[in-house]
Write a protein that binds this ligand. Structure first.
Ligand code: SF4
Length: 215
């Protein structure tokens, strides 16, 4: 058996919880969130600092799948941390698809796992390129992502957005003001207007779950 075919039986899990999807194109969808532990980046405004470092005590994948079955939610969001740091990600995706779940992965876009090649097209991949990674996105994520979500702070520019022209043309770019702050909302609306005058329509969407006081 190839090393890549060995079934990963444990996962670095941070938490499992339910809420609405409060960000991006699938806004409002009732969702079961699986947050994995560990990230390869360190964004200055990261709102999940407890999910950044790896833990010593991973949970059994079978136990996680059993827990997922206890929820009625059809939509499952795998988030982090950075899901692509998780070796069991392909196995988790395969098992959730087998159970009829609609799947979304939220990623910073810098990493990829070959074992996802056969299933990635079935997943709504939301890629959020990061300034700390020089906006780098792995070619495979670029191929499969259905949505690009940019956190708008002082580092996001028109030039950066234009380096993702293929996504601008497809109309699947979201601008999310960092921390729902007023001056970043203003900046997002400004970028939206500039893009509009050039013929591109992008959405400005805040973190709605936070506005509603939800997790
Ligand atoms: S990529 Fe996401 S989880 Fe990682 S540091 Fe940045 S915001 Fe936090």
């Amino acid at each position: 058996m190839l090393r890549s075919e060995v079934r990963k039986t444990s996962i670095n899990l941070n938490e499992v919880y339910t809420s609405i999807q409060g960000e991006g194109l699938l806004l409002g969808t009732p969702s079961l969130f699986i947050r994995v532990q560990g990230c390869n980046l360190r964004c200055p405004w990261c709102d999940q600092p407890s999910a950044l470092s790896f833990r010593d005590s991973p949970v059994r994948l079978d136990d996680l799948l059993e827990l997922v079955e206890t929820y009625p939610h059809k939509h499952v969001v795998i988030t982090g941390g950075e899901p692509f740091t998780e070796e069991a990600l392909p196995e988790l995706v395969k098992e959730l698809i087998k159970r009829g779940k609609s799947l979304q992965i939220e990623t910073n876009g810098t990493l990829w796992q070959e074992a996802l090649e056969g299933t990635a097209h079935k997943v709504h991949i939301t890629c959020s390129p990061k300034a700390v990674a020089n906006w780098e996105v792995h070619p495979k994520i670029r191929e499969y992502a259905r949505e690009l979500k940019f956190v708008v702070d002082e580092s996001l520019s028109l030039e950066v957005l234009f380096s993702f022209k293929d996504f601008l043309q497809k109309g699947c770019v979201v601008l999310q003001p960092e921390g729902n702050k007023g001056h970043f909302l203003e900046r997002a609306l400004n970028l939206q207007n500039q893009l509009l005058s050039l013929g591109y329509q992008v959405r400005v969407i805040p973190q709605v779950h936070k506005l509603l006081g939800l997790k």
